[in-house]
Design a protein around this ligand. Structure first.
Ligand code: NAP
Length: 432
């Protein structure tokens, strides 16, 4: 008998789970549900548009979706078109791989002013995410503040700093490329509430801001520690040492003729976002790191900016009424309840790179294989019948391939593709 699995979400965690289940079950059928016609979640909407090598990870997942015993239910939103309960009823197991696509809040005054954007929205805007096509961020002030010193904050600053020529190989959304080119900001500010040794960014990503055509990076050497303490475990210490070396190089650079400055400031915690109708500045408080924690000193300073982007992490909103543990779905090694499992950022939080999800999803697949056997449920055919009654427009994987070809065909100006920024435009390729 065939074991039937539904995976909710076609990002890396879901696709690694599909690959693992295919290896563990001799006879199984996997259906991958995705809210948008386009597959691959974070790879499409989260990875920076100039990080094409990372985007190429999608190739292996593309091959999985082409397999005969793997189905793609694109443009089907679980929780809207079909409920989680219905999936659990019709499949032997359901694996939630919905990621963490909701911004954490700073919880400071002024956070709701026009001109404050969470990284989900801002990154989604330049990555053609349909929810953020109309974001039109305010980029007309003299500067943009980015809160956080992780890789997402670096991505945002780098994309805002690069020239059109530096982005030519990228698939940045045309609407974002035009807005960034037309913008007149001269100051990008990245604020970390702790120090260089506590920063979340990694050497490869940090190294990329050393040679930007129109942007000089300012690092205050007085904020750089002399070394990385032994309290970090060996691998992490190595990463931090590389970061520190790059930060020292950046601090020694002197490129005063470039039109944009990127100020990388440590020990500065956001206290208030200033402005009347919109963002006009940001107030920060100096911190000290005590036992690894940022402790406020009471000393504040203001920086004039026209927009603020928070890159301070994400939380999960599940497609059903589930117990949560902080920002994640409550689970035990991926087991949620009944025949429901969870993988990826929805399981462990927004940490790690795309490959980190490989072993994580395989571990959950192992847990599933110990518990789940085929029971003769209706699987995708039963759900397809429900969706037909509800007039849902399912996009199959061969159909998505046609849309993907159309995105390549409509690219201009040397870009590899121009993604459709709305679901309507994607469907128009198929339905006219
Ligand atoms: P991250 O590395 O955890 O960075 C979040 C930053 O926000 C930290 O500096 C954190 O400071 C700060 N923060 C959190 N709450 C704050 C608050 N209330 N006030 C001020 N600052 C606050 O996460 P991320 O940048 O969102 O990235 C998520 C994951 O994706 C990471 O594992 C990252 O490496 C990965 N990623 C990888 C790539 C790549 O490989 N190229 C690209 C993008 C993302 P504290 O540390 O003090 O809390």
């Amino acid at each position: 008998m065939t074991a039937r699995f539904a995976i909710v979400g076609s990002g890396p965690a879901g696709m690694y789970a599909a690959d693992a289940l295919l290896k563990l079950y001799e006879d199984c059928r996997i259906d991958v549900y995705e809210r948008f016609p386009s597959p691959f979640g974070l790879i499409r909407f989260g990875v920076a548009p100039d990080h094409f090598k990372t985007r190429n990870t999608a190739r292996q997942f593309w091959r999985t979706l082409e397999l005969e015993n793997v189905g793609y239910f694109g443009n089907v939103e679980v929780g809207r078109d079909v409920s989680l309960d219905e999936l659990q009823e019709h499949y032997d197991a359901v694996i939630l791989a919905v990621g963490a696509y909701n911004d954490r809040k700073l919880g400071i005054p002024g956070e709701d002013l026009k001109g404050v954007y969470g990284a989900c929205a801002f990154v989604g805007w330049y990555n053609s995410h349909p929810d953020y096509r109309g974001l039109n961020p305010l980029l007309d002030g003299e500067g943009v503040a980015v809160i956080g010193i992780g890789n997402v904050a670096l991505d945002v600053c780098r994309v805002l700093a690069k020239t059109p020529a530096e982005m030519v190989d990228s698939d940045i959304a045309a609407h974002a490329a035009e807005a960034i080119e037309a913008a007149d900001y001269t100051g990008l500010h990245m604020f970390g509430r702790r120090g260089p040794n506590e920063a979340g960014f990694t050497p490869k990503e940090l190294g990329e801001i050393r040679e930007l055509e129109r942007c000089q990076v300012i690092v205050d050497p007085a904020q750089l520690p002399g070394d990385v303490p032994d309290t970090f475990e060996a691998r992490e210490k190595g990463v931090k040492e590389k970061n520190l070396k790059i930060l020292n190089e950046l601090a020694a650079q002197n490129k005063p003729d470039l039109p944009i400055t990127m100020n990388l400031q440590f020990y500065a915690s956001p206290k208030e976002i200033l402005g009347g109708d919109r963002v006009e500045g940001i107030r920060l408080e100096r911190t000290e790191v005590v036992d690894g924690r940022a402790v406020a000193t009471g000393e504040t300073f203001d920086i004039p900016v026209g927009a603020v982007v928070t890159a301070i992490g994400y939380h999960t909103v599940p497609p059903g009424d589930l117990d949560m543990n902080g920002g994640q779905v409550a689970n035990e090694n991926g087991f949620v309840k009944d025949n429901l499992y969870v993988v990826g950022w929805a399981k462990r939080g927004p940490t790690g790179t795309i490959p980190t999800n490989g072993p994580d999803s395989r571990d959950v697949a192992d847990v599933i294989s110990e518990r789940v056997t085929a029971s003769g449920k209706g699987g995708g055919e039963a759900v397809r019948a429900l969706l037909a009654e509800r007039n849902a427009r399912i996009v199959s994987f061969p159909e998505w391939m046609k849309v993907a070809e159309a995105e390549i065909a409509r690219a201009t100006g040397g870009h590899p593709r121009e993604r459709f920024p709305t679901v309507e435009e994607m469907l128009a390729v198929l339905d006219g």
